[in-house]
Design a protein around this ligand. Sequence first.
Ligand code: HEM
Length: 153
Amino acid sequence: MQAINIVHNIIRWAVLIFGIWTVINAITGIKNKRTYSANDNKSNLLFMVFCDIQLLMGLLLFFYNGWFDKMKAGMGAVMKNGYDRFFIIEHALLMIIAWVLVHVGRVAVKKAAPEQQHKKMLLFFGLALFIILISIPWPFRTEVARPLFRWTN
Ligand code: HEM
């Protein structure tokens, strides 16, 4: 699980890079009244792919790194401990919500009328990126802080 934690830490940067690229494409698309392009599709497809990888790694960490055992031992204790509550409830739940938004967003953008596509892109992927940004255990989040880059455990 140590290797998975390293990968989960580093892949977060791919999620953020493709999420930001997607949101920039959505904003410039609305501003310049562009038609939805292969470049727009590529940015949000890569955003989705890296979110999928993070979900898979996150679930492995959740079930095999002791978090699920803590949950089974009793939610009362988890809720009283800010560190455990963050990873078991806040981080996991909010990241799953962001993942759902990215998947629903892909379908919504594909189905939308051409003049609505960038707006849908901004709504779904912008919201997902915001949720991801506030749910990461950034180094400044004292109680749950994790490093920006992890190379060892
Ligand atoms: C876009 C989605 C996600 C991002 C960007 C993300 C990011 C991160 C980061 C940066 C860490 C700190 C890693 C370190 O210790 O260096 C972390 C830890 C963790 N994440 Fe995620 N995560 C995502 C999704 C998920 C999901 C969906 C789950 C579970 C269902 C999850 C479960 C965990 C767990 C359990 C840890 C703590 C690992 C441990 O120390 O045992 N993550 N995540």
